[in-house]
Design a protein around this ligand. Structure first.
Ligand code: TRP
Length: 450
């Protein structure tokens, strides 16, 4: 069996974890949720959820991973030998696999749109709704782009923790932040963008209903990559001197900044063009935005070219660093459980995941009529993983750290055996025992009922 590596530097650990968190959830799902849930009021609640629930739950995942130095399944088995808690580890790895299989499909679309926009084919004044629908229902092309994307992820994961995940995160994350900066400036400079800014900055508190609050909790979990062992796996590569509370805060701040800045990129642009109707879901990024680029930059085509090329590159980088973390949590398990080489483990994961991915991809076309519980394959994977297993996993992690683990172990892990000061420990402990599990239970019940 290969020796277990750690991340070589603290900044590498932060950037890799931030890479896991920053993904399609920030650039694509967050703006959609903001649009559906009343703009600034949603953002306000979202920030509270990140600070109050997201960061403490992330700290719990970190401490489980770093304490055990093992993949998610072994981590739970080590801390609670012979107990049913290990189901959480199993569910985490299983769900990471499921999510990865559909995540690569959307990431493949992103790759296609990047190629199209670099080739100048998104500026041609086409009917973007047709472009999108023809592409996703094609039996070959999306499978091909999804496979190419999986190939990229595979390449990085098989190179290992330091020379794969860490090295690439250190390059891709700064690039991603730089691109966001450029796009925000581009978007603000569009005429009529102030309408979009007003929407993002002026909270209409009458829009704050229970369901908006619950959507914010759900989005916070999804965006921070919580409850599925991804961050637990990454934390198993943290060094003994990593400051877990600080790392969790840093990762959450980067993730939240990217989400909010994505809103600042998309809404001023969308609002600056009146004749485009705002589409929710995949349509916002793949149908509405190309139309916006096209109309807004009618007279300065090269600017539209740059804007759209950078935008899809941003989406691709964000998707890639998240897919890496999903892949790694499964690969780490396969590699350690079967004592095989990293290369072999990664290949087994990539190939089997790709087979499922093909099914997901085809569910937008020829398999569109194959339905279970009224959902096609893609919807079924998305629904069971993010709406059922993720919230349950979140509750279990809270109960595990708050009620099962010895309080001294938790405190010593968060303070590196008393070497660091962590003044908010009692607040953290209270949240993890009571506030977080109850809040997540509320989200879960609401989603199940509705
Ligand atoms: N956080 C990523 C995003 O925003 C998606 C993701 C990666 C994820 N790993 C996860 C979501 C684990 C839930 C659990 O797109």
């Amino acid at each position: 069996m290969e020796t277990r590596h750690n991340f070589g530097s603290k900044i590498g650990a932060v950037l890799a974890s931030a890479g896991s968190a920053v993904g399609l959830g920030n650039v694509w799902r967050f703006p959609t949720e903001v649009g559906n849930n009343g703009g600034a009021a949603f953002i306000f609640i979202y920030l509270i959820c990140i600070a109050l629930i997201g960061i403490p739950v992330m700290m719990s995942e970190f401490l489980i991973g770093r304490h055990t130095h093992a993949n998610t399944i072994s981590a739970f088995a080590k801390l609670a030998p012979g107990k049913w808690w290990r189901i959480e580890g199993v569910a985490g790895v299983f769900v990471a696999f499921l999510i990865l299989s559909y995540y690569i499909v959307i990431s493949g679309w992103t790759l296609f749109y990047l190629i199209e926009s670099v080739a100048g084919r998104l500026q041609a004044g086409r009917n973007y709704s047709d472009v999108f629908n023809n592409f996703v229902s094609d039996p070959w092309l999306p499978v091909l782009t999804g496979t190419a994307f999986m190939g990229l992820t595979h390449f990085i994961i098989s190179r290992g923790v330091q020379s794969g995940i860490e090295r690439f995160s250190k390059v891709m994350m700064p690039m991603l932040l730089f691109i966001i900066g450029i796009l925000v400036i581009c978007s603000f400079s569009m005429p009529g963008s102030s309408e979009g800014l007003r929407f993002l900055l002026k909270p209409d508190l009458s829009k704050l209903t229970a369901s908006v609050i619950l959507s914010a909790v759900g989005q916070a979990f999804y965006s921070l990559s919580l409850a599925m062992g991804c961050l637990c796996t990454y934390a198993s590569y943290f060094r003994a001197d990593a400051n877990l509370p600080k790392t969790a805060a840093g990762v959450s701040i980067i993730d939240t900044l990217v989400a909010i800045l994505s809103g600042f990129i998309i809404f001023p642009a969308v609002f600056s063009v009146e004749e485009v109707s705002v589409d929710a879901g995949p349509g916002l990024v793949f149908i509405t935005l190309p139309s916006v680029f096209n109309i807004a930059f009618e007279h300065v085509a090269w600017l539209g070219y740059i804007f759209s090329g950078f935008f899809y590159l941003l989406l691709l980088l964000a998707a890639l660093t998240s897919a890496m973390s999903l892949h790694e949590s499964v690969t780490a398990y396969v590699l350690e459980a079967f004592s095989i080489s990293r290369r072999k483990a990664a290949t087994a994961v990539s190939v089997s995941c790709m087979l499922l991915g093909v099914l997901c991809s085809l569910s937008f076309g020829i398999l569109g009529d194959v339905k279970l519980f009224g959902m096609n394959v893609f919807e079924l994977f998305d629904y069971t993983s993010s709406k059922i297993i993720l919230p349950i996993g979140g509750i279990i992690i809270c109960l595990f750290t708050g009620w099962y683990l010895d309080r001294r172990l938790v405190e010593s892990e968060l303070t590196n055996n008393g070497r660091l000061r962590f003044r908010l420990f009692r607040l953290y402990y209270f949240i993890i025992r009571y506030v977080a599990p109850l809040a997540i239970a509320a989200v879960f019940l609401q989603e199940i009922v509705s």
